[in-house]
Ligand binder design. Structure first.
Ligand SMILES: [Cu+2]
Length: 301
């Protein structure tokens, strides 16, 4: 038994297509090698034109036709139920964003991992906040693109307790490969207990939530890694070399400097980083939110 209700059908289609491919690999290679010897110039010096062989033509139309229809049939039988969601399916919203997945359960509770109860139909409603992502859970044999502005979904019934990989399979930028997480299949009571224990509001600092919401973390890391720009780690209070109106100068990173950096990013350009990459957040990040961001930046030394 597979990890989901789709494993059997998808694996059967795969085995049939793989089997037919293997058969042809062996068959074509054998005939090719045989022809090389049988019709070499030594044994068969004058080439011969074969014309109007009806038996041959009907054979090579009929047999491949049957084979491709066979592949189509098993593929279709495996795929079509993936698009028909049972009425009693439990809905979970999935939000893809550079570069993490968020799973939103009933009541708006959010988690970075997908936790689902065993043997219950699960409907995943897929949303993207920015670019095209693709949600892939190999063990369940399901994958769908997550396209901004477009509604998409997938569903499955988890059939085995366990922890399975979740990946993003649409290249979505610098940290695409970091977009991995887990699907955890647990018993129904365990699921209920887990959901009840999940805090309603995420308990991350408000400033961090604002940074993530505005995708600042796409260009500025929080752990010291250099991305498109300098990391936020240890930024507050440090002495920064910047170019202002073409002149290089040193500044201490304080509230006023951060405010200028966010609302007028092209004024002080950090030496070693490109101008014009960061757009202004005037009218996007309120002064109140900016204060929360600064409070948070002070905490990541
Ligand atoms: Cu992605």
């Amino acid at each position: 038994m597979g990890a989901s209700n789709f494993v059997e059908g998808v694996d059967l289609a795969f085995k049939i297509i793989f089997g037919i491919s293997l058969f042809f690999l062996a068959g074509i290679t054998t005939v090719m090698v045989y022809f090389v010897f049988r019709y070499s110039r030594k044994r068969h010096p004058v080439a011969e034109q074969v014309k109007d062989n009806n038996v041959l033509e009907i054979t090579w139309i009929t047999i491949p036709l049957i084979l491709v229809l066979l592949m189509f049939y098993f593929g279709y039988v495996a795929f079509s139920p993936q698009r028909v969601v049972p009425r009693d399916a439990m809905a979970i919203n999935v939000i893809g964003k550079m570069w993490f997945w968020t799973f939103e359960y009933e009541g708006g509770k959010q988690s970075p991992v997908l936790v689902v109860p065993l043997k219950k139909a699960i409907l995943l409603n897929l949303h993207s906040d920015d670019v095209i992502h693709s949600l892939y859970i190999p063990a369940f044999r399901i994958k769908e693109d997550v396209v901004p502005g477009k509604k998409n979904y997938m569903w499955f019934i988890p059939e085995q307790i366990g922890e399975y990989d979740i990946l993003c399979t649409a290249y979505c930028g610098l940290r695409h490969s970091y977009m991995d997480t887990k699907a955890r299949v647990v018993t129904e009571p365990e699921y209920k207990a887990w959901l009840a224990a999940l805090p309603l509001k995420s308990n991350e600092p408000e400033g961090l939530a604002i940074l993530k919401k505005n995708a600042c973390t796409g260009c500025h890391s929080l752990d010291g890694t250099k991305l498109v720009s300098a990391s936020f780690k240890g930024l507050y209070g440090k002495t920064e070399k910047v170019t202002t109106d073409g002149k290089e100068r040193s500044v201490t990173v304080d509230d006023a400097y951060i405010k200028t950096s966010v609302y007028d990013p092209d004024k002080d350009i950090v030496v070693g980083f490109p101008k014009g990459v960061m757009k202004t957040y005037k009218g996007i990040v309120s002064e109140e939110d900016l204060t929360k961001i600064i409070d948070y930046l002070k905490t990541i030394k």
